[in-house]
Design a binder for this molecule. Sequence first.
Ligand code: IPM
Ligand code: MG
Length: 400
Amino acid sequence: MDKSDLINRAKEHFGRLLEEQFARIEKMKSQRDFIDYQDLGTIVIGFVGGDGIGPYITAEAKRVLKFLLEDDLMSGKVQFKDIEGLTIENRAKCRQAIPDDILAELKKCHVILKGPTTTPQAGDQWPNIESANVAMRKELDLFVNVRPVKIPEEGIDWVFFRENTEGAYAVGNKGVRVNDDLAVDFTVTTYEGSYRIIKAAFDYAQKSGMNKVTVVNKANVIKTTDGMFLNVAREIARDYPDVEWDDWYIDIMTAKLVDPKRRKQFKVMVLPNLYGDILTDEAAEFQGGVGTAGSANIGKRYAMFEAIHGSAPRMVKEGRAKYADPSSMIRAAGMLLEHIGYKEKAEKIQMALDICGHYEKQLVITGRDTGATGREFADYLMETISDEKLAERWAAFSNK
Ligand code: IPM
Ligand code: MG
């Protein structure tokens, strides 16, 4: 093909991407308010095991939820729904990030607890299907990704608001390989998409009393898209005179998170998708690794809760899946409970996780047979949750 044909083909492709984005903007504009769980007769919680260690750790998180929600499961206020088949083998067979029948099942739920799913990457054995995570965030329009990181003894109390549907991820699998010499990817920022995530961050900062938002960007170089993100932040900040705010470039922000003196100043952070992906892994590392962090993906109609780590297929291959640490999934289950209105039960999970995984550590998970199994750990956790003195026990440790 000569150059002008290549350029025309790329232009057509780009035109189709813009059409898709215009349609998405219209959809965003037509959205109403966030769902109110108190208005629902029954709240349906979906469980998706995923693949690799996913089904193992999801099963443990489900046991903990069943234990805590026993009464409401009996009365029908809450209903559990298992959703099978979101495995890499099945997705590869259907050549879909989320096969249609599974998507239909997901849409019957209000909230979803999802185990990790293997993401194909260029050059591996799997077809070039999009990540199931990314697809679910887009399909269910889960635009707010909340990722908290807390280390009380170091004064760290961070809540990341990662934009979850746009940026480098919006058309991440729709770049153009123009020819052997040239490949182009696209990053997408919309006014509407920036507005809704930044507003969610300011709302949270205000409601939680944290009253401080840091807007992360790279608008000095990525001028058009990050520039729009930053401008929208300036506009929204005017509506929140009580919330202090500042803006930081992603590079220096990444450095300052490592600085023990400076990092305490950060509270709520709002970031475009890719920066949020990277910075939240770094932040989770301070707390004990990505295995300890949970993540909430929230939209106006649906919400999905997950671990932030991958599916660790190697652990399954080596027969170690039952030793996988379910903490992150259980933390995600706690976030799910809080989201649908069970604040006290959610606090119990958080306290028990701190005690069992961080302070008391009567059982230790090593990921192999030198440590406890995920099931044993979940039992230890439920025992701790049942302790009438749970709050005192937790306070004794965390005030140390
Ligand atoms: C995450 C993960 C995903 C992402 C991957 C698995 C596609 O890293 O949830 O942070 O990049 O968003
Ligand atoms: Mg990530």
